[in-house]
Ligand binder design. Structure first.
Ligand code: GCU
Length: 378
């Protein structure tokens, strides 16, 4: 059996036509995968609940009020800003899985109301001191504060701020809600002194990496997008037949709430899906994109993620930028472990399993350094 069926083409044209082709492709991902993000939402207010000095910077605990036509919701956002910068600094924006208080052991951070995880339990995924030292601000919110990650929460999360028909096959899912939230956090940090909103990086691990890609595909204010082990429904090609990888049947059975209801139609029919992951990656062009894999993370299909970057590379090349493709040839194996394949679209695979590590952050910030004006390291 071939490793992979032919991929749907990138809508490659003269780069001047890209805005129109881009809009059509965003619409195709909305229709078939994530559902349509409604318009009319805003960030209505940002309240600083308290700022304190931390090693290398300042930490602020914000209440961000997001609104839609049917109401509003308050989302706690934790922001770290480096000290001593002479001008506004770039900002990395990413959601976390278990509460802002789990990203740092610092005692002052508000405990999430449904807290089941201890302070600092996920701190290894948020190396704040090093991020600050590199000259970046960083903002995070708990994904559940946008929308609880389980079926049946469409009404009590941010989707509930908008009218919508739950039976609509192209209605948005939780990943769409999280992606919308990333854009609202970008609105909010634009109000924070010392942050440059034109130098924003969207980052996410795994399901939250799927959300970061979809946010970056839709919202061109994100100058850099980082996908970490995002796998199925993220950076991995559905059409790649990787051993032990997650399939559309598996993901839409375990996590039906993540996607547009119509996505489940493609269970066991990946070759019929009108789009594939390389086109999602191409939607970030000509902005910077970094895709990260872990070699033991078969479920997220590292080779499928790498091949997606290769197949997305022509979109970057049409802007005279480089991707990960070398000499137009399709690679058959992963690049060397721990080395970033550099380009405006870049890639690395590290040793180990499914996680967001300091090594991943290092490569991600190297990729961001390539396009953003960064004052660090301090
Ligand atoms: C599950 C799911 C993946 C997801 C991952 C995660 O493994 O099947 O699609 O990326 O959880 O979010 O950690």
């Amino acid at each position: 059996m071939p490793r992979m069926r032919e991929l749907p083409p990138l809508p490659l044209t003269h780069s001047g036509e890209w805005p129109d082709r881009r809009a059509e492709l965003v619409d195709a991902f909305a229709r078939h995968v994530y559902g349509r993000t409604p318009t009319g939402g805003t960030t209505a207010g940002v309240e600083d609940r308290g700022s304190v000095a931390v090693r290398g910077g300042r930490r602020s605990d914000l209440d961000v009020t997001v609104t839609g036509p049917l109401g509003e919701r308050v989302v706690p956002v934790l922001v770290h800003v480096p000290e001593g910068a002479t001008g506004p600094v770039p900002v990395v924006i990413g959601l976390n899985f278990a509460g802002n208080h789990t990203t740092t052991p610092a005692p002052g951070v508000r405990i999430h109301r449904n807290a089941g995880t201890e302070r600092g339990a996920r701190a290894s995924r948020w190396p704040y001191e090093e991020i600050l030292r590199r000259g970046y601000a960083v903002a995070t919110a708990h994904c559940d504060d946008l929308e609880v990650d389980a079926p049946g929460h469409a009404d009590d999360g941010v989707r509930g701020l908008f009218p919508g028909d739950p039976a609509d096959p192209a209605g948005w899912g939780t990943i769409g809600a999280w992606a919308w939230g990333l854009s609202r956090i970008l609105d909010a940090v634009a109000e924070v002194p010392g942050i440059d909103p034109a130098a924003a990086v969207a980052i996410g691990h795994s399901r939250l990496g799927k959300a970061a890609l979809w946010a970056g595909a839709q919202d061109e204010r994100f100058a850099v997008v980082v996908s970490n082990d995002s796998g199925c429904g993220g950076a991995a090609l559905h059409r790649h037949r990787g051993p032990g990888k997650e399939t559309i049947a598996a993901i839409t059975t375990s996590f039906p709430h993540w996607f547009a209801p119509g996505f489940a139609r493609y269970a066991d029919r990946e070759d019929d899906l009108p789009v594939d992951a390389h086109q999602l990656l191409a939607l970030i062009a000509p902005r910077a994109l970094h895709v990260a894999s872990a070699v033991e993370d078969a479920w997220a299909d590292p080779l499928g993620e790498y091949l997606a970057t290769v197949a997305a590379s022509p979109a970057y090349e049409s802007f005279d930028l480089t991707g990960t493709r070398v000499d137009g040839e399709e690679p058959v194996s992963l690049p060397a472990l721990g080395e970033r394949v550099e380009g405006r679209l870049s890639y690395h695979v590290r040793s180990g399993g499914h996680d967001l590590t300091a090594e991943d952050w290092g490569h991600a910030l190297d990729a961001a350094d390539g396009v953003l004006k960064v004052a660090g390291p301090h």
